[in-house]
Design a protein around this ligand. Structure first.
Ligand SMILES: [Zn+2]
Length: 288
């Protein structure tokens, strides 16, 4: 009778699920749809991480009221989904999505919104970036899913780029890859003022693409278009609240998971193209 030691049994139980999984995928296939997640990196791998992977990806989400029909983590869900696929396609190390972030005054007073002060957020993101650079990464993609992160995110980048002369920090918001013209050509909703409509059909569709079980369309009503103040050019107007605003915008009835999947595909492809161009153009100047 063959004696099996406890150690052998433990090793067998650890490797078995891996063998079963590998039977269904090629090695490359498995690598192509599963990115390297930072929280899963073992201690012994850390020293080689920055040389084995082309960049670090930091997704920024939020916990914010997005209307009665959407989950509080809408931005978190959207950007986590897009970042996972972007990391897999660009050989990036995927860091955990930031959930508690800065939310603007107009959503902060709705129950469920969690907001961190902008100055705290700026310092927090700057420290995150410093830690990632300390690992040896020189290129970091900050992939943003929420309006309120733009100010603090750019502030943090400005500070950290100044301290680390050999670093390159790219900030991109997923919805900015979907122009009004593109939305029109796809027969999809768009807003005249360049906004994407907080909690509106765009976000609702994209959440539905990832988590249809979390959408409750019957709980929301279509909202009137806001007036266009500029004649079509984007602008940014901040107020602490607007009269009778229910915490979301746009014609929610236009939302669908199918539109969401198409929007994700277009945004994701454009982000991947940007990152690949950036990785192959090492000395590209910044946006100035
Ligand atoms: Zn949002």
């Amino acid at each position: 009778m063959v004696q099996i030691s406890r150690r052998d049994a433990l090793l067998a139980s650890l490797t078995l699920p891996g063998i079963i999984k590998a039977a269904g995928h090629t090695a490359e296939g498995a690598a192509a749809d599963k990115p390297k997640r930072f929280e899963e990196v073992a201690g012994f791998e850390v020293s080689e991480l920055a040389s084995r992977y082309s960049l670090a990806i930091l997704p920024l989400g939020s916990l914010e009221f997005h209307g009665p029909h959407n989950p509080l983590g809408s931005d978190f869900i959207i950007i986590s989904g897009i970042a996972e696929r972007t990391a897999a396609r660009t050989n990036g190390v995927l860091f955990p999505t930031l959930a508690f972030t800065q939310c603007p005054a107009h959503t902060a007073h709705f129950a469920g919104t969690m907001s961190i002060r902008p100055e705290v957020m700026t310092m927090y993101i700057a420290d995150m970036l410093r830690n990632v650079l300390r690992l040896g990464f020189r290129k970091i993609l900050i992939l943003n899913g929420h309006d309120g992160n733009i100010g603090p995110g750019r502030g943090a980048i400005a500070q950290v780029a100044d301290e680390n002369k050999d670093s390159a920090l790219l900030f991109a918001s997923w919805w900015e890859f979907l122009s009004g013209e593109l939305m029109k050509s796809l027969g999809m909703f768009h807003q005249m003022n360049g906004g994407h409509g907080h909690g509106g059909p765009l976000e609702t569709s994209v959440v539905a693409a990832f988590r249809p079980d979390l959408i409750h369309l019957g709980k929301a009503k279509d909202q009137p278009e806001p007036p266009d103040l500029s004649g079509g050019s984007p602008y940014f107007l901040q107020k602490s609240m607007a009269k009778d605003w229910p915490g979301y915008s746009g014609k929610v009835s236009e939302a669908s998971a199918e539109k969401g999947r198409e929007l994700v595909r277009i945004s994701e492809d454009a982000i991947v193209k940007l990152v690949k161009n950036w990785l192959t153009s090492g000395e590209a100047p910044g946006s100035w």
